[in-house]
Design a protein around this ligand. Structure first.
Ligand code: NAI
Ligand code: MG
Length: 490
């Protein structure tokens, strides 16, 4: 695999073949660091969507009935091929999504781990025998959902294919993937690798396109389940659309996660973690800790230290190994960040650092933003309540545990929450009381394929990761076998 412009695959992947869209339409994928067009990508029409879904429908029974060892082999081989192509995939992801190359390398390796883990899960998805009287055998069967639509956002392209595809494939489903339109290219590169790994034609189909056309057509099509990651607004829309014919939906949506720093914590580590969680990938992370709750007694010292560290971060060319913050995904995303920062200032919050774009030498058309820390924030301000998806932090002081928990829960979202403390009782109480699907104590944003997580409140429905996720890609069936002589009678 190479990533020269001429070699980038930018066509639809249906039934094991790459093809132009039915009407020949394309859309541009840009490199956000330079503004240059990276590729013209085939835009799937509703006819293409139907063809991809019909192909997946046709291929699914054979995949479901394939020997489990064969399913596991394909997933494991995919993991190996991802690892073998880490450089090419990282360069492509970095150019298509504006991410620092060093982040991309780590994320490509992480993606391989998801395929590897679910290779094992495919042979471990057990059903249960239910206790019953001796004259009955009562057991459950877990059967594949059928055809699963996966719709993913732009912030973590490859890692999200890792989070979605192997679990569904391990469960015996076939998949139609609509990647985000901003960085669609590594989805097609991955499809090529999965074909090479021996995935039968039609089991995975990739149909790039815009959300309101290709995405909406996929939700409306003859699929059995939709697994979506993206914004809460679009998640609600998809759930409503799918509700009309009761398709199963799982949603991993936005967040406004608190990271809470107590005076008793190791403040060096807390500052490092608090900086990481709001700045990683330019803040474009669903579980970013963008509400910093700091115990009043250490507020000035801690915030001062954090601001100093934020000012030393290297914002620059994603292709440069030493870059820590790369480009923001799109002009639309930049407008959104600038709009929120303006609203924070208008509502009376004070930026201690940042609140401005950065010009990077040689990349004057690139989209770069300086990490921004606001104080004098009140919990009802837009910057404290809404997901910005940029490196913008709101600092809120507290002076008691109850106040900290109250502030942590005072948002519509409930994805992640972090607490920095050396008091075990405090940590455990917080873990129980905070309304979030993932709680981090003295760390932030840890993730592993074998560890399940879910969004609470407006952050989602369903589970990702772990055997639990593969189970969610199945339908449960209960079987009663009568081993005795009696039958039900009136
Ligand atoms: P989005 O939710 O609009 O897009 C996510 C995916 O859904 C894309 O593949 C898109 O094409 C598709 N989509 C859009 N409208 C659709 C529809 N009506 N039917 C079916 N599919 C549709 O997210 P967007 O616009 O890329 O980002 C906007 C905001 O969403 C961000 O600023 C951020 O706040 C949030 N977001 C949250 C993410 C998360 O991981 N929770 C990831 C990306 C964005
Ligand atoms: Mg792009």
């Amino acid at each position: 695999m190479t990533t020269t412009t001429t070699d980038i695959e930018s066509r639809l992947f249906i039934d094991g073949e790459f093809a132009e869209s039915s009407d020949g339409a394309t859309f541009e994928s840009l490199n956000p660091a330079s503004g240059a067009v990276l590729s013209n990508v085939a835009h799937a029409t509703s006819a293409d969507v139907d063809r991809a879904v019909a192909t997946a429908r046709r291929a699914q029974p054979q995949w479901a009935d394939a020997p489990l060892a064969e399913r596991a082999r394909v997933l494991r081989k995919t993991a190996e091929l991802i690892e073998a192509n880490v450089d090419e995939l990282s360069v492509l992801e970095s150019r298509d999504a504006g991410k620092p190359i060093s982040d991309c390398r780590a994320q490509v390796a992480g993606t391989a781990q998801w395929f590897d883990f679910f290779a094992d899960v495919s042979t471990h998805l057990r059903s249960d025998v239910i206790p019953s009287a001796p004259d009955h055998l009562n057991y459950t069967l877990r059967q594949p959902m059928g055809v699963v639509a996966t719709i993913t956002p732009w912030n973590y392209p490859l890692p999200l294919y890792g989070i979605k595809l192997p679990a569904a494939l391990a469960a015996g489903d076939s998949v139609v993937l609509k990647p985000a339109e901003q960085p669609p290219l590594t989805a097609l590169a991955l499809a090529r690798l999965m074909r090479e790994a021996g995935l039968p034609d039609g089991v995975l189909n990739v149909i790039p396109g815009l959300g309101e056309s290709t995405g909406a057509a996929l939700v409306d099509s003859d699929v059995d389940m939709i697994s979506f990651t993206g914004s809460t607004d679009v998640g609600r829309k998809i759930a409503a659309q799918a509700g009309s014919d009761l398709k199963k939906v799982t949603l991993e949506l936005g967040g406004k996660s608190p990271s809470i720093v107590f005076a008793d914590s190791d403040l060096d580590k807390a500052a490092t973690g608090a900086l990481f969680t709001f700045c990683v990938h330019q803040g474009q992370l669903c579980s970013a800790g963008t509400r910093l709750l700091v115990e009043d007694s250490i507020r000035d010292e801690f915030v001062g230290r954090l601001v100093g560290m934020a000012e030393e971060l290297r914002v620059g060319d994603p292709a440069d190994d030493s870059t820590q913050l790369g480009a923001v995904m799109s002009q639309e995303q930049m407008d959104r960040i600038e709009g929120y920062v303006e609203s924070g200032i208008e509502q009376g919050a004070r930026p201690l650092t940042g609140a401005e774009r950065v010009t990077v030498d040689g990349l004057e058309n690139g989209l770069f933003y300086r990490p921004t820390v606001f104080e004098d924030v009140s919990t009802d301000m837009k910057i404290a309540q809404e997901e910005i998806f940029g490196p913008v932090l709101s600092v809120l002081p507290f002076s008691s545990d109850d106040e900290a928990v109250g502030l942590a829960n005072d948002v519509l979202y409930g994805l992640a929450a972090g607490i920095w403390t050396n008091d075990l009782r405090r940590a455990h109480r917080f873990a129980r009381e905070v309304e979030a699907g993932i709680v981090y104590v003295n760390t932030m944003n840890a993730l592993a394929p074998w560890s399940p997580y879910s969004g609470w409140k407006q952050s989602g429905l369903g589970v990702e990761g772990g055997i639990e996720q593969a189970e969610s890609f199945t339908k449960l069936k209960t079987v009663w076998i009568n081993l005795g002589d009696d039958v039900p009678s009136l």
